[in-house]
Ligand binder design. Structure first.
Ligand SMILES: Nc1ncnc2c1ncn2[C@@H]1O[C@H](COP(=O)(O)OP(=O)(O)OP(=O)(O)O)[C@@H](O)[C@H]1O
Ligand SMILES: [Mg+2]
Length: 284
């Protein structure tokens, strides 16, 4: 159970420590400073977690686009994405969407449940943009008749190609039952995210999620994994149409950190807001 795990882990784990406290559980007796790296991707690093079945997800400042053809280091991006992903995952779990998120550990790291990633990018679109706009010759921002869920096969070498559901089932990447569950999970995420964003004057154009599988007593369960952040969503200001997501980087539209900071500010999840204590007002 994630909550039980969180409580257990929360008692004795502090990622900022370099030496284990007396009685502290460490990864195989090794302090977190020398923890094992499991995987390094374009935007994040996964480390072995403090308990079996957990991982530490570290958010880097690296930005990539067009299958890593375009690269840059954007100072502060990792910190913002860590906070924003925490905000979205926590909110979604409060409405009953199962997620891998356990707790945020520090500015750049969060503790998550280890999953078997389903090798699909699950994309939900409310308005035409990006590859869909190009493929169908639609103007970006055109409202779609209804939210559309599409899948691409996670394979960087192939450029994550769009795949029909039949491929997914035939090649065994997910069963038909999994797919039905993934679609309904993705639509719940879409409804919640669209509403939250609308509330702060932002249109959720589209987003991508990853799904993971865990085994609870031989029973497979699907969880929302990876991250939800402006790296994986298209977010447009409702009034001005200004882009507040990774397209700012892809298309050289300005400062990416400023755009992500704007999203974080509107949602009230800026680190300064979290720790902010209003000063007492002096009355003459
Ligand atoms: N809870 C989890 N358990 C195991 N793996 C996870 C979990 N959450 C995310 N991942 C995987 O961790 C990696 C995160 O790193 P990152 O997002 O930087 O990868 P990437 O460069 O996008 O590459 P790719 O997703 O193609 O592997 C991804 O491979 C993602 O699928
Ligand atoms: Mg990724």
């Amino acid at each position: 159970m994630p909550q039980v795990l969180a409580r257990k882990v929360g008692l004795d784990y502090d990622a900022r420590m370099t030496r284990p406290r007396a009685g502290m559980r460490t990864v195989k007796g090794v302090s977190m400073a020398r923890r094992k790296k499991i995987y390094e991707g374009k935007a994040k690093i996964l480390y072995e977690g403090p308990e079996p079945g957990t991982l530490v997800q570290y958010f880097k400042d690296d930005a990539t686009a067009f299958n890593a053809e375009k690269k840059a280091v954007i100072e502060g991006k990792g910190v913002l994405n860590n906070r924003l992903s925490e905000f979205f995952m926590t909110g979604l779990s409060q409405i009953g969407v199962p997620t891998h998120f356990i707790k945020r550990l520090n500015m750049r790291e969060q503790l998550v449940r280890q999953v078997e990633i389903v090798p699909l990018e699950v994309i939900v679109r409310n308005f035409a943009a990006g590859s869909m706009a190009k493929r169908l010759g639609l103007e970006e921002g055109t409202a779609l008749p209804r939210p559309i869920v599409e899948f691409s096969y996670k394979d960087d070498a192939l450029g994550d190609p769009l795949v029909p559901e039949e491929y997914i089932v035939a090649f065994g990447w997910a069963s038909q039952q999994d797919l039905d569950d993934i679609i309904s999970l993705a639509l719940r995420v879409n409804d919640w995210m669209s509403g939250v964003m609308f509330g702060v004057g932002i249109k959720l154009i589209d987003f991508k999620i990853e799904i993971g599988r865990v085994w609870d007593n031989e029973f497979p369960r699907l969880l929302l994994a990876d991250e939800i952040s402006p790296d994986s969503c298209r977010l447009w200001d409702i009034e001005t149409g200004q882009k507040l997501d990774k397209d700012v980087f892809r298309r050289d539209l300005g400062n990416l950190t400023d755009a992500y900071t704007e999203v974080a500010k509107r949602l009230g999840v800026m680190p300064s807001n979290v720790t902010h204590r209003p000063k007492p007002t002096l009355i003459n």
